[in-house]
Design a protein around this ligand. Sequence first.
Ligand code: UN1
Length: 496
Amino acid sequence: MAERVQNFINGRWVDSRSGRTFISLNPAHADETVAVAPDSTMTDVDDAVKAARTALPAWSHMPAPRRGELLFKVAELLTRRKTALGKLVTREMGKVLPEALGDVQEAIDMAYYMAGEGRRLSGETVPSELPNKDAKSVRVPIGVFGCITPWNFPTAIPAWKLFPALVAGNTVVLKPAEETPACATKMVELLEEAGLPPGVVNLVHGFGKTGEALVNHPGVDGISFTGSAATGRRVEALAAAAHKACSTETGGKNVIIVMADADLDLAIDGALWGAFGTTGQRCTAASRIIVQAPAYDWFLARFTKAAGRLKLGDGLKSSTQMGPIVSKAQYQRVLDYIATGRKERATLLRGGRAYTKGECKQGYFIEPTIFTDVTPAMKIAREEIFGPVVCLFKVETLDEAIGLANDTVYGLSASIYTRDVNASARAERELDTGLVYINASTIGAEIQLPFGGTKATGSGPREAGGRGGALDLYTKWKVIYRDFSGTLQRAQIDKE
Ligand code: UN1
């Protein structure tokens, strides 16, 4: 049964003023509509931004621990609804249920973590150089934030953005991906149920033009975007031109290095999880695997065999190991990349086709695909594919592996499998990525540490927790000097 979802503006559920709608589908059964959602216009965005601006003074003045308490409630509601929400994630986005539950768990973890920030949000007090004067720095909210989220983590990524923004005292307008409007709506329903005041969180559904209206709106002070590299560049340019705070998290061309001395069975498990987990639709997915020569043939044979055994199907079935691609457009895009790889004369070792057997004929399934004989110049070696497609490379030395790993415009996640502590230390230092894993796959970042990458992977402060994480995006520093000497004291000048 298709669900009718709405925008949420100033505490009320409303349709778009345009009256237009769009639908989201179940990618495992594309004849099943999951939700009908409003296709929002600039006017709807304007209504949402105005509501967020109106709500800002009271929300930003509420003691941060009280804002944190509301997030604790959100965490509890999310925990209670985890199974239902997880099933919805699988239906609307396609990932297998255990991963969908992990998606919701990541949102729960972020809610608890950021709720605790309500009692920290700390700045510094430092001594003044003058008598009878004190000095401190405090974090203050940026204002109204526009948050634009992707479909691949339809509950976790809205949580990464909304929860730190809210605990820091910002108000928010969320524009979720058009592929997953029902998941975003459930998240916002939970925030409403937890008791957030009207206007503090607003939701506008729609496509790129809705997102662009949000980025361009003069009432928006900051933008947080996760999505494609091309759109990210555009968001960065628009935000910079208007002096808005901005963080983008975009593409990756993540890599696993397998040294010959590694625990190779473990490396196979990590490679399968990194390349084909979430059907390769993670920013952190491994799309390049570099194997040292003595282990190459063994690795190739085992990896190919294991990939061939993965069971494709509806993610709600417990036997399924790999779900569909999220949409027809993405499905076509991945198939086009596979065609490009063949044209570029890489060897298609396995997979490479749409999978239409049995129950999969109505869905957007693609076989786990492995290319070898890939040169670093090929498109499939350079561009983010965002599907179950992986390129294998053979190298002789660690230097060669690190050089190849860094030969990309992106820099999100990299991993090395080795038992050699010196090799792991060199990799840790020299891999130019935001995340480095030793003896673990490229995916599975934890929320209490900053998340993001180098080079074209994005710009601005990192997402998620910890020092150097999301609070640096959602707050700005204010420094306060208080002179209680009752005299004119001239810093730097009155020193004897
Ligand atoms: C993403 O794909 O955009 O590290 C986020 C991971 C997850 C988050 C991925 N915790 O794979």
